[in-house]
Design a protein around this ligand. Structure first.
Ligand code: COA
Length: 155
């Protein structure tokens, strides 16, 4: 139904603007940055995380390809390393026309299989509290909450 194939640098560059915008919106919605700085901070964060693009050591970027050969989304993983002892999902995205057809689930399950084959025993991720769809996806896949950030509006 879905296979992972290594993402090309061109594919990553085509996807980064969308990722930057969505992540900036999420940061603002979660109250973690200010409108005047969020976009430059997000761009800097991703440049720092992926200095060599798809060839950045310790990172795995895959496009998800369906039975008919169409690219339906992508997933970005980090292998365990100095930063954390488990592998990490930095991003998973299914392109809007393909959503709610099981591809998000298939992307994460295929990533788990890839990581298992590399001897990885744990996978973690962060998800914004307001991202109900992603939270529901991860919970249905067996992910459990390890920490929660809380905030209260004092206005
Ligand atoms: C989150 C995302 C990857 C899910 O992809 P998807 O292909 O639509 O997910 P699936 O079809 O595999 O859904 C699997 C399950 O996840 C849950 N789910 C997915 N989208 C949901 C939504 N919008 N609302 C509620 N539950 C949702 C459901 O439990 C669903 O099972 P069901 O369809 O049998 O009810 C996709 O919505 C997306 O790309 N969103 C934007 C990027 C994003 O937020 N990524 C996560 C970053 S942490």
């Amino acid at each position: 139904m879905l296979v992972l194939r290594a993402m090309t640098q061109d594919e990553l560059e085509a996807r980064l603007p969308v990722l930057h915008e969505e992540y900036a919106d999420d940061e603002l919605r979660a109250g973690r940055d200010r409108p005047e700085t969020v976009r430059s901070n997000v761009a800097a964060l991703f440049r720092q995380l992926l200095p060599d693009g798809v060839a950045t050591p310790g990172h795995l970027l895959f496009s998800g390809v369906d039975d008919g050969g169409a690219v339906v989304g992508w997933i970005w993983l980090a292998l365990p390393g100095a930063k954390r002892p488990q592998a990490w999902v930095y991003e998973v995205q299914v392109d809007p026309p393909f959503r709610r057809r099981g591809f998000g689930r298939a992307l994460v399950l295929a990533a788990e299989e890839e990581l298992r084959s590399r001897g990885v025993s744990e996978l973690g991720l962060n998800v914004f509290g307001h991202n109900v769809g992603a939270r529901s996806l991860y919970e249905s896949l067996g992910f459990s909450v390890k920490s929660i950030t809380m905030a209260k509006d004092l206005a």
